[in-house]
Design a protein around this ligand. Structure first.
Ligand code: NAG
Ligand code: NAG
Length: 131
């Protein structure tokens, strides 16, 4: 998935932390997130594994590092409220297909999403984080 908002968020993070490699993209790829699933329940402070499909990463992107942000999407809205200040994970190889993250101390909601950035962002289904 692709949106101007996501690119803006990515640019902000890259400027702030050089966490993501922005490429002049001949090939834009955005790996599909395979976990979390919709409706999953995470507890603050627990360690969760985020996974994604690595089967179609183009050769030019094999060395790319990834970035995972937490956000939430309210019903009927498209704003992902991405927390660009506190990435869940960054600078991991996009080819890894998995990253373990510690669930931050955030308010209980049932509309959290994670967004994985390769070239552009791909958003997970909504899941719950509770105390
Ligand atoms: C990826 O990294 C390896 C080892 O550093 C290098 O040999 C290869 O050329 C790189 N591939 C790309 C597409 O940058
Ligand atoms: C995530 O944690 C599990 C359990 O400790 C471990 O088996 C796995 O290798 C870890 N994965 C990554 C990508 O660090």
């Amino acid at each position: 998935m692709f949106s101007v908002k996501l690119l803006a968020a990515l640019a902000t993070v890259a400027t702030a932390a050089s966490a993501a490699a922005i490429r002049a993209a001949d090939e834009v790829f955005s790996p599909t997130i395979t976990a979390p699933h919709g409706g999953d329940q995470w507890t603050v402070g627990s360690v969760q594994t985020i996974t994604w499909d690595t089967s179609s990463i183009p050769p030019a992107n094999q060395n790319q590092s990834g970035l995972i942000l937490l956000g939430y999407v309210e019903d009927g809205q498209t704003d992902e409220h991405l927390d660009v200040e506190h990435p869940l994970a960054s600078n991991f190889p996009i080819t890894a297909g998995a990253a373990n993250v510690t669930v931050p101390k955030v308010p209980t909601r049932d509309d959290y999403v994670v967004v994985l950035f390769g070239d552009s962002g791909n958003t997970s289904p909504k899941f719950t984080i509770s105390q």
